[in-house]
Design a protein around this ligand. Structure first.
Ligand code: HEM
Length: 234
């Protein structure tokens, strides 16, 4: 049996690892979206949800470490696959340069690398804004909680954040639209018919995830944080 390092160095092993880590990240993203949509629930549902996660203590840290490893591996292997393809392409151009214009074959992997890198940069800003952001505390159900909900609403009243997030969520949708199919095909035997069906399911899922995420900043911004879904303003 090949070691982890050997598997990570082989072409097939890399594709499988990007697929597995991609699925783990997809589960996190769906879970995170569900938690974020709690902002449209009761006034303190989002704060309760965050307090529930923080109460998990050691388990939360285990999940965070898993997430960091998954993000790290996914980005590292994804970028190395893209660099390898780029190198192979430029060698092919040298040999077949007389055959005409630039190949469109690498377009999807090129955009995956680009959207992936932008998402990685976004994550650093995002964690700094929300996970490490300055929050007030509120008393909910007789206990003190961080008021993350107010932080999210205040943040998205700023057009730079509202539209910046919207742009990045569109890129997230584009990344997932190709990525879900790619992960499936890396991890399963693919027939042509199944591949087309999985592609459609992946695109629909990616679209719903992107819409779910970008609805939050846009709704907050355009209703001035006082929309009906947020309970209005008193
Ligand atoms: C409108 C979109 C989003 C909103 C409103 C949002 C909101 C939040 C909030 C409030 C937190 C802090 C949670 C807490 O401390 O309990 C957080 C953390 C985080 N978010 Fe997001 N998020 C959004 C999109 C995303 C996306 C697209 C990703 C991944 C690609 C992501 C990844 C993370 C990560 C990794 C953390 C740190 C989790 C932790 O420390 O436990 N977020 N987000």
């Amino acid at each position: 049996m090949p070691s982890f390092i050997e598997a990570a160095q082989s072409q097939v092993g890399r594709k499988i690892l990007t697929g597995i880590t991609g699925f783990l990240l997809l589960f996190f993203i769906i879970f995170h979206l569900a938690g974020n949509l709690a902002i449209f629930g009761d006034e303190h549902d989002m704060n309760r949800y965050s307090a529930f996660l923080h109460d998990m203590g050691g388990l939360l840290w285990l999940a965070r470490i898993g997430l960091i490893v998954a993000f790290g591996l996914h980005a590292w292997i994804g970028i190395s696959i893209w660099l390898k393809k780029r190198k192979a392409r430029s060698q092919a151009y040298n040999v077949y340069s007389s055959k005409g214009g630039a190949s469109k074959q690498g377009l999807s992997s090129r955009s995956m690398a680009l959207t992936g890198i932008i998402l990685l940069i976004f994550l650093v800003f995002h964690i700094n804004t929300f996970a490490l952001g300055d929050t007030e505390t509120v008393i909910v159900d007789g206990r003190e909680m961080e008021d993350l909900r107010s932080l999210v609403i205040e943040t998205f009243m700023n057009p730079l954040y509202a539209f910046g997030y919207t742009f990045v969520m569109i890129l997230l949708g584009a990344h997932l639209g190709h990525g879900i199919w790619s992960a499936f095909t890396s991890l399963t035997m693919k027939s042509k018919q199944l591949s087309a069906a999985i592609y459609s399911v992946g695109v629909v899922l990616a679209f719903l995830i992107a819409i779910g995420f970008l609805f939050i900043p846009l709704y907050i911004y355009f209703t001035g944080g006082c929309g009906e879904l947020l309970g209005g303003c008193t």
